[in-house]
Design a protein around this ligand. Structure first.
Ligand code: BT5
Length: 279
């Protein structure tokens, strides 16, 4: 990917834009780090309280899930990790990941509505590809990586990391051009990174407070209606091997239920959707 620098954001800019009370109670911003998740993890291990937000303009070892790489040119995306100390049981961990995706989706929808009201550009329809990729027009605009550490069977802390393609022109996407997109491509204008981050963190805080209060139902319903996967033919690389068929629904634990050609329902708890050939 090529570089596409815009003015660097500052802690002050972010602090003054935030509407949250918990998320962003401390903000750290770096020009370059290996991974914002690592910085937040070290803070968690030092016993820092929840709410810390770590931001970077560039990551030299940005991580995806399962050892994959997150790519982002310097200074034009959101690379963010949030330190959390959930009170709910670790078996609900899946809800944290979908909360991040939903917060980003809500912020995209808000941006789209605001643009439409100003007569700028068409609607940006944002959906979620199971389990938690944030998609626009079938292309990935954001990815979420939650990493947990436990103590005596309970959560010590969780680092919720997300990367959002904000002001990234098509030509900067390099080999991801056919599978990824950015807010600026979709909105056809430059996006205020700080404003968008503030919107995401505001939505995330309200979803997190719901979860801390034990209200998982509304989050599940929102995830279910945001998902683009049910009804589609899928090929999933899962722990039990490759599962092919039609995605029929999701379960409360996040599992995808796939009906195979033989008419059997298979539960896929964790896995990756593989690209399908011609349908
Ligand atoms: C994810 O992994 O989607 C989670 C990405 C989380 C990144 C954030 S950035 C801040 C924080 N610090 C970190 O070190 N990580 C988090 P996964 O589902 O495994 O998807 C990774 C795959 O997405 C890659 O293998 C590429 O195919 C694709 N990809 C990489 N960079 C992308 C980008 N900028 N836009 C769209 N797709 C991308």
């Amino acid at each position: 990917m090529d570089n596409n620098s815009e003015a660097s954001l500052t802690v002050e800019m972010v602090r003054s834009a935030l509407t949250t009370t918990l998320l962003g109670n401390r903000i750290r911003h770096y020009a370059q780090v290996a991974s914002t998740n690592e910085i937040a993890r070290d803070a968690g291990r030092r016993g820092e309280r929840e709410g810390l937000v770590v931001l970077a303009e560039e990551q030299t070892a940005g991580r995806g899930r399962l050892g994959r790489v997150w790519v982002a040119p310097t200074g034009c995306c959101i690379l963010c990790s949030v330190l959390l100390r959930p009170r709910f049981p670790p078996r609900q961990a899946f809800y944290l990941t979908i909360a991040a995706s939903l917060a980003i989706r809500r912020a995209v929808t808000r941006l789209s509505t605001a643009s439409a009201q100003r007569g700028e550009g068409g609607e940006i329809e944002c959906s979620i590809k199971w389990p938690n990729d944030v998609m626009v027009r079938g292309r990935k605009i954001s990815g979420v990586l939650c990493e947990s550490e436990f103590r005596g069977g309970a959560w010590d802390f969780v680092v919720m990391g997300f990367g959002i393609n904000v002001n990234l022109p098509l030509e900067a996407l390099g080999e991801l051009a056919s599978t990824a997109t950015s807010l600026s491509i979709e909105a056809e204008r430059e996006i205020d990174r700080v404003g968008f981050l503030s919107s995401v963190l505001g939505e995330l805080e309200s979803l997190y407070l719901l979860m801390q209060g034990g209200a998982f139902g509304p989050i599940f319903s929102e995830w279910q209606s945001a998902l683009e996967t049910p009804g589609k033919r899928v090929s999933v690389l899962a722990a039990q091997g490759r599962v092919e068929g039609r995605a029929v629904r999701v379960d409360y634990d996040g599992a995808l239920i796939v009906e195979t050609e033989a008419g059997r329902e298979v539960r896929v708890v964790a896995g990756d959707l593989l690209p399908l050939g011609a349908e």
